[in-house]
Design a protein around this ligand. Sequence first.
Ligand code: ATP
Ligand code: MG
Length: 139
Amino acid sequence: MTGNQTFTIIKPDAVKSEYIGAILADIQKAGFAISALKYVRMTVAQAEAFYGVHKERPFFPDLVTFMTSGPIVVAILKHDNAVEEYRKLIGATNPANAAEGTIRKKYAHNVQENAVHGSDSDENAAIEGNFFFSQCERF
Ligand code: ATP
Ligand code: MG
């Protein structure tokens, strides 16, 4: 059975480029309902914990620096088969490989500054949503 929620981040590059409104509009136009939403800035310790699965990767230190370089928008999104459908909407990790019309194709700068995050499994969607939101912040 597939889950009906996923978790997303509008990353610091997209916030700095003033794409918050455009990206949220694309998300809603694609039929995702916003279940939780807020504007925050992660500490280094929080970013290291959030991206813990990548800690052995060569790009990890740069990723933590980037993700803590400014504020982000975090959200829980609802849709049938949400994880897979949202990853289709955002496109490939590297915007050079992302399909036309996808969020990363439209708004990402490069493989690191790639505008948005999307959960890669139902299990991680739940973990990531719980990392940022308490029960009274989600509807
Ligand atoms: P995300 O988890 O942000 O939705 P993803 O699942 O498409 O992206 P991951 O492999 O989980 O990609 O990588 C997490 C993030 O690390 C990427 O979104 C990107 O910001 C950064 N990243 C991934 N690969 C590279 C790379 N080769 N060089 C620099 N940064 C990278
Ligand atoms: Mg990922």
